[in-house]
Design a binder for this molecule. Structure first.
Ligand SMILES: *Cc1c(COP(=O)(O)O)cnc(C)c1O
Length: 386
């Protein structure tokens, strides 16, 4: 089976992890700050906080922005469930904004319309909006940030797919148009730490809160304490935090992977461009790119032109799987999940996302994929579409 995504672990990565195993610190040593500095420096962001997953980072980001009961957070229905769940962990409500029919990312126009109608009807405006950089391509952040200014919401970019991409020539994660951006280092993503994630921000106030919240709400910083230190052993818990820390082993792997980020993303773009050429005459829509974006190309999603073929979406998918092609579907719209249906969402609520779901297939793309593997995918797709 050619997987839809797969990590690439070098001997250098293995050596970096083994060195940590032989060192004094398996957690809370020098590797985590070094990895954080590497990512912050790459993105041009002031602060970075490594955590045990992007899901944890999204949770902490919401808490740092004081999302709580009575608040509502808006995100895209075409995302992994974690983008929405983060708000639910804080006791907030979730709502969705339909996707753009061309790029499949959260639509800035749909957001503008929903904000205007919500305001006109005296409804609850979002405290936070979480745009998702689907497949590694940035949302239209300039437009979304202008709406944030007008309506007074904060922005957390779910950049789980997108490290190594750019928007308006700035690295994703620069936070030029966001309060916080979050990366994932799950093995199928662009670089990996096995499990792992990171939140980046330029805001000192949010940085201080995220540092606390990822580690029990405990501080050794006297300026944050309610009274003077009682001695060198002293610490205070000043909030209810979590243990969301990343280990030293993971951070060493992350730093080692980070050194190859540029080539990883370049290879993904080369392969994606090659798919574009090979599939040009197929009855599919290949991914369309905004000129403002250089995508990290986490996923290569095709949409079937169902009017032009006799096979169904499911038949094409099953035929590819039985030909040994590890296709996938990113994503089942979140509002159609039973958990969210129980909260009142129903079919028909987000028609563009639902239409996308009827046609989309992620075909394999990972940076060390060979052209022979790619040809095998294209041949199998050719057979499946006949
Ligand atoms: C993978 C992913 C997450 C969650 O990342 P984890 O590191 O697995 O917690 C969140 N959002 C999106 C869009 C993702 O693809």
């Amino acid at each position: 089976m050619i997987p839809y995504g797969r990590q690439d672990i070098s001997q250098q990565d293995i050596d970096a992890v083994v060195d940590v195993l032989k060192s004094d610190f398996l957690t809370q040593g020098p590797q985590v700050p070094a990895f954080e500095a590497a990512v912050a420096n790459y993105c041009g962001a002031a602060h970075a906080f490594a955590m045990n997953s992007a899901t944890s980072a999204l949770h902490v980001a919401c808490l740092a922005l004081e999302v709580g009961p009575g608040d509502v957070v808006w995100t895209s229905p075409v995302t992994f469930v974690a983008s929405a769940n983060a708000a639910r962990y804080c006791g907030a409500d979730v709502d969705f904004v339909d996707i753009d029919p061309v790029t499949y990312t959260l639509s800035a126009e749909a957001l503008a319309r929903k904000l205007a109608t919500t305001k006109a009807q005296g409804g609850r405006l979002p405290k936070v909006v979480i745009p998702v950089h689907l497949c590694g391509q940035s949302c239209d952040m300039e437009a979304i940030a202008a709406l944030a200014e007008e309506y007074g919401f904060a922005i957390i970019e779910d950049a789980a797919h997108a490290i190594g991409g750019t928007y308006q020539d700035r690295p994703i994660g620069s936070c030029a148009y966001a309060d916080i951006a979050v990366f994932s280092f799950h093995p199928v993503k662009i670089i990996t730490t096995a499990e792992g994630g990171m939140a980046v921000t330029n805001r000192d106030d949010l940085a201080a809160r995220m540092a606390l919240l990822r580690s029990h709400g405990v501080t050794r910083d006297e300026t944050l304490m309610t009274k003077p230190s009682e001695g060198p052993w002293y610490y205070q818990q000043i909030e209810l935090g979590y243990n969301y820390r990343m280990t030293e082993l993971q951070a060493a792997l992350g730093s080692s992977q980070m050194a190859r980020l540029g080539p990883f993303v370049a290879d993904r773009n080369r392969l994606a461009d090659r798919y574009d050429d090979l599939l040009a005459a197929f009855p599919v829509i290949t991914p369309r790119q905004s000129p403002a974006c250089y995508s990290a190309r986490h996923l290569y999603v095709i949409c079937l032109n169902l009017d032009e073929i006799t096979a169904t979406h499911r038949e094409v998918f099953e035929s590819l799987r039985s030909a040994g092609i590890g296709v996938n579907l990113h994503y089942i719209p979140v509002h159609l999940q039973p958990y969210y249906q129980a909260l009142g969402f129903k079919e028909g609520d987000f028609p563009v996302a639902e239409d996308y779901y009827q046609k989309a297939i992620s075909i394999p793309l990972f940076h060390h994929m060979t052209e022979a593997q790619q040809d095998q995918v294209v041949d199998a797709l050719h057979q499946a579409l006949r």
